[in-house]
Design a protein around this ligand. Sequence first.
Ligand SMILES: [Zn+2]
Length: 490
Amino acid sequence: MDKDKQFSKLSDHTFKKGVLYTPFNSSLGDQLSLSPWAIEWLPEYLWLALILEQYGREDGLNVVSRIAGELSKIDKGLCIPMLSKIIELEPQKQRIFYEVICKWATRDVLSPLTIIYRTDKYALFYEYFSDFETSIDEKTVTLQNVIEKNLFHQTNEATDIRFLILWFNVFAERIHFARGMEITKALVEYPKLSHDHQEMRLYRSLIRSSEMALRFREGNGDFPKRFWHSLGLLTKCRTFIIDYGEQVGGSVSFLEDAVNTIDYLMANNKESLLTDEKFSVCLGIATYALKIYKEVLESRIGDGILGRNALRTITEVYVTLKYMSLKEQDQPDIWKAFKDYGIGKYKYVILKAREVEPDLEKHHFALPVLEALLNEDKGEEFTNMDTRLFDNQNIRKKFEAIGENDLYDLYYEYDTNFTHGLWGAIRESAMIFCDNPSHKYHTVPDITFEQKLRSVEHDCEYVLKKLFNQLSSFYEFPDFFIDKYGGLDD
Ligand SMILES: [Zn+2]
């Protein structure tokens, strides 16, 4: 019950966002709910599903009723619905069974199953139901179609099959329902009423629970497993690419306005640029974030994995900036400490590189440049590695301290999955849902690189605006920027 509720909430949510998720949701819903019915039992009863598919519900139920009735008259032991048990019957009895089917249904109806059951073990089945006028592709399509309709254990189609299973057992007198019981009434009325009849709601649930109770008596070994295996190999994956359609992008005009603002701040604070650590750190952080954003826009990686890494970094530097401004009251030299921490990190790498002596021709860091940076402000012997304020362990506390819990939960926490390559991120970006019902909805690698993600451009801009808003509390901003973006809530 709770599960249903959860699904409908999800679909409401996606609808509000105006994205066409519906086919994915319905498939995903099936996948999440794939029950023992689908995996362990459906292969046994596909022959019944094929008859209903061919003749329609009313005539199909009638055909199966005649088959079951006639089998029970010949031999109650023959009146069985499970295919694994049918093919285990001794040859003479199997022939009788198949003759009865062929009396009431045409041979081609079960022919799709012969693409699976064609070896010696199923020789008689193959003899009776092979049909060379229908191509293997057509048979496969029919089979997949029937599987799709019956895979979810509560569809009307699957309930019809489950009703027939009960019927076989009633005909064979393996189960008895007393007069006056609701299930007895349900069994009598079910084939007479259409599914939209009011009473059918109750009947369907009675049928399903009775059929499920019956299963405890039965065992079918690895028959279903072999069925799914054979069919899985016979059919191709049908990758389901989610199309997010037109997405809300970022704007080049914001990037330009932000760049012009940095330019303005430099012109107005030339003195600070030369001497003021805070000014240099603030502009450095802002420019670093803008460069990342420019790469996102120019390289069009907003809907890719790297876009999420970009957003995560922009979010993190904004939080660091605001956190430092908060701590500045107690620790005025925090800006200098930030620089020292970063250079200290570089010192570690440089010392390691000198030890290991990597092939610097090919390595992605430029050691001489790094060494120059390390010695820029003071000799490297005087650079300590202070990790207290800026280490990653306390990142959540920093978000809390500056009142940005939502930013942590909905941005940083999510995008970190992509940075660390955790399964949620891998599944969302690199593994595609397979919409082939005969594969029971698994996932396949996106080796054609088709699956895109929801774009981060809008969110990058959202966080950058926060960052610039923070900067505007330190330095006088140009009027054009205030006029255009000044209303942004912090
Ligand atoms: Zn597949």
